[in-house]
Design a binder for this molecule. Structure first.
Ligand code: IPM
Ligand code: MG
Length: 361
């Protein structure tokens, strides 16, 4: 049953292919809303490079205000060569990072699920990836991405040096740990915590806190793995994993790796949630400047991000299921964007893929 209230959704297309894929996701959202009688109020705002061009800031005050007021946010991607030369604090990526930290979206859920129809699209052997269904829980508002001090300086030898700080306090570790244990509880009850506790003190603390939390979740089986081994195991035998939990940077890297197991990075949605379940939803891929404007990007990761939004923030799980079923159906029908196309498939544009999903709904 859908709630009889209007959901206020902010749409942030961003840069590059962001605008193309979000346009399709928005059409799918409107179609499913009509079908399930969901009342929506959509608004749009700028973030990233397009916001820099228009206002000088990657995260204009107005965008942040709208984001805070929204029930949920759908984001495309940010960044592009045009802004590559800017100093770190003014880059498009700061818009995305600023949203994550200002809204305290610390829990990033990145499911990697292989659609059986795409088993041959993966660069790995079908038997290694078929049936793959894992969830990466990435800490998103701390760690080396945000640690202070950071910057570039001249050292005592008169040489330039760059530095960042890898830091987590126990509150940050505990809250992402809890989110991961809770997620594991709803799945196959196995949680693998990924760290580098053989080298980095911050991840020794991480490991100790995960072990403490395990006492509160006796029904979940906790294991630990070093990040180098985890990267190897993801390509060697990915089906051993149910839920993985890790810090911001390791999660960034491992989730790109996991994405390729599913055939294409264009297939992975994500949810970034705060303590109250409010969320921002985005594909895990970037703005892909090399293919931007060509109409060939895969919109499915963004479309499936809409499904996650309906499920996690808007409490409309029937509509979420319908979108996922529609995606599976268009894959059954043989529709493929360039990133997942194989012989015998029907190669379609971004727009045609959106059309197909809307039709399947
Ligand atoms: C991601 C992206 C971002 C990140 C970039 C665009 C800042 O790679 O969402 O994985 O590093 O978190
Ligand atoms: Mg990334």
């Amino acid at each position: 049953m859908s709630e009889a209230r209007t959901h206020n959704v902010l749409i942030l297309p961003g840069d590059g292919i962001g605008t193309e894929i979000v346009a399709e996701a928005e059409r799918v959202l409107l179609a499913v809303a009509e079908k399930y009688d969901i009342s929506l109020q959509l608004s749009h705002a700028l973030v990233g490079g397009s916001a820099i061009d228009a206002t000088g800031s990657p995260l204009p005050e107005e965008t942040l205000t709208q984001a805070k007021a929204a029930d949920a946010i759908l984001l495309g991607a940010v960044g592009g060569h045009k802004w590559d030369g800017l100093e770190m604090a003014k880059r498009p990526e700061k818009g995305l990072l600023g949203l994550r930290s200002n809204l305290e979206l610390f829990a990033n859920l990145r499911p990697a699920i292989l659609f059986p129809q795409l088993a041959s699209a993966s660069t790995l052997k079908p038997e290694v990836v078929s049936g793959l269904d894992l969830l990466i829980v990435r800490e998103l508002t701390g760690g080396i991405y945000f640690g202070q001090p950071r910057g570039e300086r001249i050292n005592d030898q008169g040489e330039r040096e760059g530095f960042n700080t890898y830091i987590y306090n126990e509150t940050e570790i505990r809250r992402i740990g809890r989110a991961a244990f809770e997620a594991a509880r709803k799945r196959n009850k196995r949680l693998c915590s990924v760290d580098k506790a053989n080298v980095l003190e911050v991840t020794v603390l991480w490991r100790n806190i995960m072990n403490e939390l395990a006492n509160e979740y006796p029904d979940v089986e906790l294991s630990h793995m070093y990040v180098d081994n985890a990267a190897m195991q993801l390509v060697r035998a990915p089906k051993q994993f149910d839920v993985m939990v890790t810090g911001n940077m390791f999660g960034d890297i491992l989730s790109d790796c996991a994405a390729m197991l599913t055939g294409s990075i264009g297939m992975l949605p994500s949810a970034s949630l705060n303590a109250a379940g409010k969320g921002m939803y985005e594909p895990i891929h970037g703005s892909a400047p090399d293919i931007a404007g060509k109409g060939i990007a895969n919109p499915l990761a963004t479309i499936m991000s809409v499904a996650m939004m309906l499920r996690y923030s808007l409490n409309e799980s029937a509509a979420a299921d319908a979108i996922e079923a529609a995606v599976s159906k268009v894959l059954d029908q043989g529709y493929r964007t360039a990133d997942i196309v194989a012989e015998g498939d029907q190669s379609v544009s971004t727009r045609e893929m959106g059309d197909a999903v809307v039709a399947a709904l």
